[in-house]
Design a protein around this ligand. Structure first.
Ligand code: ADP
Ligand code: MG
Length: 274
């Protein structure tokens, strides 16, 4: 059973893309099969996984969405790029930037990505969708296609407050389009040397959004190492394997795998009761 996680936050610069790359790499190192989908026209994920010229790619996620709109059969392996760290990537390019308008008049516009994701599910243990910093129709497509949403945030008061809008969108998607969608967890990223202040923010998140929202035990420290690896087209495990950031992402991967296992057991029990 595959686990599909949308990595979302409408705020930019909270480490969505960095988390997608490093969580994917950490999972791949545990011999899990991982597909990353770049759903941001800025194509930062595509570039972070070593493809420096996304606009020259012959086939990207925009072509996948074209096929879904045209109701054509989607081959989940078409256009997938294999990264040397064992990660598969469905890349993006600037072509995707027009798709908000393309989708707006399409019947079933929220379901286009789901068609691709469902076709890819049998081949992967984990599918990670890197969203753009917006709650537009593309991000809604990710939330509809996903089993859960992972929310990176910086340990700052206004970043924590900004999660409100995201949770409203999450609730709306659950009510109207994807009743099984869950919150995978809130991930504190770029944790600096003020642990007490960050603790307060974690408490704020917990108290504002209720005990039901998981905040990951793993917290990603601020480190220049994390910035360097994006430009080098590799994960933190290839760039600085013994550092704090690699350790934190490895711990995050363990929590994510535990979640998947627990969810799987619950589904089996549920089926048995039926
Ligand atoms: P988003 O996808 O949410 O816009 P990015 O992953 O692109 O965010 O990260 C934004 C910036 O922060 C990038 O320059 C990235 O290299 C940097 N960054 C990400 N994680 C860390 C970290 N742990 N420490 C320091 N800088 C980081
Ligand atoms: Mg990004």
């Amino acid at each position: 059973m595959s686990q599909v996680i949308a990595i979302a936050n409408q705020k930019g610069g909270v480490a969505k893309t960095t988390t997608t790359v490093n969580l994917a790499a950490a999972l791949a190192r545990q011999s899990e099969k991982v597909l990353c989908i770049d759903l941001d026209p800025q194509a930062n994920l595509t570039m972070s996984l070593g493809c420096q010229t996304p606009d020259e790619l012959p086939y990207t996620i925009a072509d996948v969405i074209d096929k879904a709109i045209a109701e054509e059969t989607i081959d989940p392996s078409e256009g997938v790029i294999h990264h040397r760290e064992g990660i598969d990537l469905m890349p993006s390019s600037i072509q995707l930037s027009g798709y908000e308008t393309v989708l707006i008049n399409e019947y079933g516009r929220e379901n286009m990505l789901r068609q691709y994701v469902d076709a890819a599910r049998p081949y992967y243990d984990h599918i990670l969708i890197d969203c753009q910093p917006s709650l537009n129709i593309l991000t809604i497509n990710a939330l509809v296609a996903a089993d859960s949403v992972l929310i990176p945030t910086q340990p700052q008061f206004f970043s924590a407050k900004g999660l409100e809008l995201l949770f409203q969108t999450y609730s709306k998607v659950r009510r109207k389009m994807n009743p099984d969608l869950k919150v995978e967890g809130v991930l504190i990223t770029m944790m600096d040397k003020r642990p007490n202040f960050a603790r307060d923010v974690v408490e704020l998140i917990r108290s504002t959004y209720g005990g039901s929202v998981k905040v990951f035990d793993a917290e990603i420290p601020m480190s220049v190492r994390a910035i360097e690896c994006g430009a080098e087209g590799k994960s933190i495990f290839a760039h600085d394997p013994k550092g704090k950031v690699a350790e934190a992402y490895a711990n995050l991967a363990m929590e994510v795998m535990d979640n998947a296992e627990r969810q799987q057991r619950r589904t089996h029990q549920h089926q048995a009761v039926r």
